[in-house]
Ligand binder design. Sequence first.
Ligand code: AHG
Ligand code: MN
Ligand code: MN
Length: 344
Amino acid sequence: MSKAGSSGPVEDSPIGSTLERHLLDRQRRMPEATGDFTGLFQQITLATKIIASRVSKAGLSGILGLTGKTNIQGEAVQKLDMFANNTIVSTVEAGGHVCVMGSEEIEEPIAIPTQYPQGKYVLQFDPLDGSGNIDINASIGTIFSIHRRITPEGTPGTLDDLLQPGRDIIAAGYVVYGSSNMLVYSTGEGVDGFTYDPGVGAFFLSHPNIRIPERGAIYSINEGNYHNWDEGIRRWVDWIKTPGENKKAYRLRYIGAMVADVHRTLLRGGIFAYPQDVKNRKGKLRLLYEASPMAFLVEAAGGTASDGKNRILDIEPRELHQRTAVFMGSPADVANLLRFAITS
Ligand code: AHG
Ligand code: MN
Ligand code: MN
């Protein structure tokens, strides 16, 4: 029988608490917090819910005659990645929390219209990662990171605010739109995962304090590029899939959406790699929209993230759409890769 009256907080981080509650608890632990960060996060979350709802209807568009360049009303149909981009921009720009945004879909910095306050944060995002998976109903996602602005408060943000290294990220996260939708985020101290309940319309804590295993048994790479890789990467892949003394052959898993491949790597361990090759001498993945935020999460979960030479979070960005090679995951698995990559 329960007693009447308040019994105080149940637990510190109870499974089943909402993302909103989690953010508010965090805000209360920081006496200097103004609620700005919580406000920005709520807007990002709202945008991902709108994107999720649209993604879940993507398959219906063919049946309902909405494919092609125009819909049945004769209106232009936006590509889903532009729809996702525009949803994030329009949800966040009026909130007064950011001064500039950067998106994988937009070439230049996204300014905040002058009728809105210029906030103290900088938001960067890949609105829809793995968009090649939409037509086959496989996992896709949204990736984002938040920096504090470095230009004076109250003025419009600039390119300098966007070109900050990953080590200065104050929060990063992603949402995977898969068999269920999950939001995973970190402010640098631990990584928490929330699962979306569409009936309630809220994310609930399902994976508190995600820690990546020290070593995994899966490697994740587009092996179709084998003949375009440098010698060291080829030798590493030959080694990782060959059983040896005290070593099983690793299993290969590759979905083709970084967000989903890294999500699995965070939960199960192993390594995700997208090396440079003869076509992409600097790698294919984007430093600011893909590599840095995911590196921030992997490190916060106890993993390692490297471009083959340097820590990804220490790379100084020089341009918005800069690319980089990516090797991230369990510390022991990335260390093994680096031994091959460095001796090549
Ligand atoms: P996007 O859909 O945002 O352009 O990103 C696709 C990226 C990344 O998610 C994935 O890991 C990689 O491209 C897959 O590339 P390959 O098809 O070359 O393997
Ligand atoms: Mn992407
Ligand atoms: Mn994208």
